[in-house]
Write a protein that binds this ligand. Sequence first.
Ligand code: AKB
Length: 314
Amino acid sequence: MSEKILVLGSNGQIGTELVTALRKSYGENNVVACDIRRPDYDIKESGPFEFVNVLEKDTLNTIFAKYKPTQVYLLAALLSATGEQNPKLAWDLNMNGLLNILDLAISYKTAKVYWPSSIAVFGPNSPKDNTPQYCVMDPNTVYGISKLAGERWCEYYFQKYGLDVRSIRYPGLISWKAAPGGGTTDYAIHIFHDALLKGSYASFLNASTELPMMYMDDAIRGTIELMDAEASKISIRSSYNFTGVSFTPEILAAEIRKHIPEFKLTYTENDPRQHIANSWPRSIDDSYAMKDWGWKPEFNLSKLTEDMLKNLKK
Ligand code: AKB
């Protein structure tokens, strides 16, 4: 049977690259990009696009009836920093968007659903180093709370209805193709743009704030590998710990200086995102992903820095 794939939230940082990768594997017409905004590319020149708000059940129902998707990727969400500016909207979008998709996936017998979680599910009392898959989780952002609740719903739908839902707890994702969407880890993208444009960057996180990160190429490959894995290999139906490399703004700046020696890093004070970052892990133990479906990152700090600068210079 040929696949028909819906990607909801297709214009975001992840969706932009995921749609391209999926279209390469499954064919342009079999991957339907869906978003509330018009994409940057010319719709007529590319594969199918639909305007969809994941909170509008009737529109969603029409789209499911039209395409009868075999796989759905739900990426539409409000991230950690923007979520704090509008907690009720973040909860509504992140939670009810997910429940709408889980219910429609059951009604339309969608074979597989992908939904991203985040390191934001951890909180101030979670272990900070090599944070294990199973530990205390006390998120203190509405984004983290919605992701933790969403993980429980995913596992519930798997156990109660047999829905094949798969999920990854993304760390900060670093990419150059699309702008990041209002997260706490966004400094690690802005720093590259400003290093090239101005030779300096004012970081909203302090010098020693270490966070888990990953290059987008690894994240897209890992996501598709998880979705392609045999169902029998997936032992976790909440969400998998997943990581690439951990670093601080200071360490990242030192790496950038290997290419731009005059690069200057300064720090702003009292940014609310510092408080969020302080509650998150410094590094992640992703051994379940490695053991269950063979996860292995390819980009370390020097490789991702080189690739970011090379592509942003173009
Ligand atoms: C954020 O910073 O909110 C996201 C995330 C880690 O989920 N990048």
